[in-house]
Write a protein of this length. Structure first.
Length: 179
């Protein structure tokens, strides 16, 4: 049921790209620049760079496994001391019998985008991420696997886009800033 709902949301998004792009533009113009040294446009551009980098990485070890239809929604702070937040969503192009999806939540804190959590849904598993921790619910077993990303990266046993996103696009979950 969860996959059906996610697929329905993605299909709705795919058929309404003009409205979503208009929403992105209105969000860009409505972002407040209260305490940030970055302009509204720069915050959006930096998120767009993250999305562009994401489009170039593999979701899993399969050579044909990529993110597609990458979109984002930025939410401005609700008060003067609040932070921007964003959700990046994508479909996953991989050999599968169902529509695979990924959603990642970011917050703009201390002048950087920070990857705070993520969810990935494939035909074989549901992956939940919270910072540097993960939990996987596999359809092949009745148990879940839990652990830390650092150990999974060292062992090379986690086939997930979040792992690559967390370490290669981000630096331990923090946006890489060029000096």
């Amino acid at each position: 049921m969860k996959h059906f709902f996610l697929a329905l949301l993605i299909l709705i998004y795919l058929f309404l790209p003009a409205q979503v792009q208009a929403a992105d533009t209105s969000i860009t113009s409505s972002l407040s620049n209260s305490l940030n040294k970055e302009s509204n446009q720069e915050i959006v551009e930096r998120l767009d760079k993250v999305k562009s980098s994401m489009a170039k990485i593999r979701f899993c070890y399969n050579e044909n496994c990529f993110y597609r239809n990458i979109s984002s929604i930025i939410t401005p702070p609700t008060n003067v001391k609040g932070n921007y937040s964003a959700v990046i969503s994508a479909t996953i192009d991989r050999p599968s019998t169902v529509l695979d999806t990924a959603d990642y939540t970011l917050n703009f804190i201390n002048h950087r985008w920070q990857l705070v959590k993520g969810e990935e849904y494939t035909d074989v598993a549901e992956y939940l991420f919270n910072g540097d921790r993960y939990e996987i619910f596999s359809v092949h077993s009745n148990r879940s696997l839990r652990g830390k990303l650092a150990q999974a990266r060292k062992d090379g046993n986690l086939k997930s886009g979040y792992l690559t996103f967390y370490y290669d696009i981000f630096d331990n979950g923090l946006e890489k800033i060029k000096s």
